[in-house]
Design a protein around this ligand. Sequence first.
Ligand code: ZN
Length: 151
Amino acid sequence: METQKKSKIRENKKSSQTPVNNTISREERLRKILIEKKDILVKEASKEIKKFQSGENKQIIETVRDDGDLSVVDLSEDISLKQLSSHRETLIKIDTALQKIDEGTYGICEECNEEISEKRLAIMPFAIYCKDCQEQKEIMAKMEQFVEQQQ
Ligand SMILES: [Zn+2]
């Protein structure tokens, strides 16, 4: 834990030393952020996959099985798989965002073609809808769910 903290601080120092280039466009800035995020995710996902391949999880399963507690196994396997699939989903979102930056359509709502606010993109860099359209979509989804439940 301690060494991890130290290396993080070192990284921060390094990045603050690089001169700030004001001529970098918003798109380039976003592209950099997205590529960095992607790198981290790819590394994390491959670590998870390696764990499966090296049998680290299998060992846990066998240990727990000795204790007769299978529900714990199900849970831990489930969490790993969920983590992997959420990594995958985020990676797809990053790729889509990068593609949109290339096409010059990044930050434009797919529904109404209005610009998505910078504030919203700062919080949700993968947002493909503006706030209004997103809210409308959520309401529609809830309504559909409600109708399904009634049937
Ligand atoms: Zn919209």
